[in-house]
Design a protein around this ligand. Structure first.
Ligand code: PLP
Length: 452
């Protein structure tokens, strides 16, 4: 199909456009009706309860007609922009043709599987599809258990892998679990250089944290460790990027211990971080890669890919589900993968990310409450601190900056004192620059309020 390559162009004289202070009356009315029934909101919504009506490319429109620059992409999902014409067209076709047929084969599924297998790292060619990132993580862990015959997993401080019982047990946030972690689920200190758990400095540390991880696995594990599950860049915790060589050293450690490396790229994959996969930076091939969010640009379509030699495990775990790999998901997924290739999305993400990061670095030099700015590709973050030396978290400022910038037209993502930016990868630099100006202004206002 052909479509106007400028379909997502933004006229900056019209966006952002805040007609009524948000959340406006229509947003408020809708949200209060929703809230009567639904209670479990994320902080992204709780701190800014606006109701959205539509999205186009890199902009969002709320129920009161306010227009925002989207620096959230849903939540790292609509990487190619809202309602990308190719995704819409492929989806339309299958909405009217075949919505579900369990895990029977369809032509669109075959095409999508072949496409996915051509982009997964190494020879991870055995694929299973799901409709949530969490479901895919859980199934990947079950496959790892089935293959290894072992049941323990190690994950990392700050990791997020989903909210079902096993996935949440590999997640830092204790209040999701209201009780002990599931048996055999362990967390280890990660290679977070800005807040090094061991008080060391990279690269002189020689990635001591991975040596410590190895010791922990040997001491805390009971000889039944199936694998390490990791976020190659931590999203929820605040876009935490690991130092060069970290993932490669973990790969080596897994080989040495004979355990699997399960790479959860639900959030970071498909070009979000400036390479197709984050593990590409370290030229690492995991044993299992988990896919989500950007897979189908908004249509619920996730999965995992595993080496062919482990694929017997997929039969053992009875891997099929009701919706996984349904024709609409495969159509949206195939369209998204074609667009990633045709529109050089991975390169564009790297370039836009570098542009944004250079502006963020400048911003850091000008603001006392910015402790660190970081990211790869368009997976970016700002950490706010009360003092650049003590690095004490400035949580109140995080909330205020988030709200103030949103009010002026930047839709983005909070995480306590970390602010997260995940613009659609198709955003033009001038649009990103406008969003950053608004964020900069919000930080200045908050600094003034707190007397910095
Ligand atoms: C790294 C990672 N894994 C898994 C998940 C869970 O995905 P979902 O919300 O689609 O279940 C998320 C969601 O944010 C994630 O960031």
């Amino acid at each position: 199909m052909s479509y106007d390559k400028n379909w997502a162009k933004v006229d900056l004289s019209k966006v952002p456009d805040i007609k009524v202070t948000p959340p406006g009356p229509k947003s408020k009315a809708l949200h209060s009706r929703a809230e009567r029934h639904m209670k479990g909101y994320s902080s992204q919504v709780r701190l800014f309860p606006v109701a959205f009506e539509s999205g186009h490319g890199v902009t969002l429109t709320d129920a009161d007609g306010n227009k925002y620059i989207d620096c959230s992409s849903g939540i790292y999902v609509t990487n190619l922009g809202h309602c990308h014409p190719k995704v819409v067209e492929y989806l339309h076709k299958y909405v009217g043709q075949l919505m579900n047929c369990h895990d029977f084969t369809t032509e669109i599924k075959v095409k999508f599987l072949e496409k996915l297998a051509s982009v997964t790292p190494g020879k991870l060619n055995s694929i299973q599809m799901y409709c949530s990132g969490t479901g895919a993580v859980e199934a990947a862990m079950r496959a790892a258990r089935a293959y290894t015959g072992k049941y323990e997993f190690f994950s990392f401080y700050g990791d997020f892998h989903g909210k079902t019982m096993s996935a949440v047990s590999l997640t830092e946030v204790a209040d999701y679990t209201s009780g002990p972690r599931a048996i055999g689920h362990h967390l280890a200190p990660n290679g977070h250089c800005y807040h090094c758990h061991y008080g060391k400095t990279y690269p002189e540390c020689n990635l001591f944290c991975v040596d410590a991880l190895e010791r922990q696995i040997l001491m805390e594990g009971t000889g039944n460790v199936a694998g390490v599950v990791l976020e190659p860049i931590q999203g929820w915790k605040g876009s935490i990027v690991y130092p060069d060589g970290y993932l490669a050293k973990i790969r080596k450690m897994c080989n040495k211990l004979g355990i699997l490396m399960i790479d959860d790229e639900v959030l970071a994959g498909f070009g979000r971080a400036g390479k197709m996969w984050v593990v590409d930076y370290d030229e690492v091939i995991p044993d299992i890669i988990v896919l989500g969010k950007g897979t189908a640009n908004g249509f619920p379509c996730t999965g995992f890919a595993i080496k062919d030699e482990y694929s017997g495990a997929l039969e053992k775990i009875s891997a099929s589900t009701s919706y996984g790999g349904n024709p609409m998901a495969c159509a949206a997924g195939l369209a998204a993968q074609e667009v990633i290739e045709e529109e050089n999305i991975v390169e564009r993400s790297a370039k836009l990310g570098e542009f944004i990061l250079s502006k963020l670095r400048k911003m850091k030099d000008e603001h006392k409450i910015i402790g660190e700015v970081r990211g790869k590709g368009c997976l970016l973050g700002i950490e706010l601190v009360k003092d650049q030396n003590t690095k004490e978290a400035f949580i109140e400022a995080g909330q205020k900056v988030y709200q103030k910038a949103f009010k002026k037209g930047v839709a983005w993502i909070p995480s306590k004192n970390n602010l997260r930016l995940s613009p659609p990868l198709i955003m033009e630099e001038d649009v990103a620059e406008k969003a950053l100006e608004i964020i900069d202004g919000a930080i200045t206002e908050v600094e003034k309020e707190y007397g910095y």
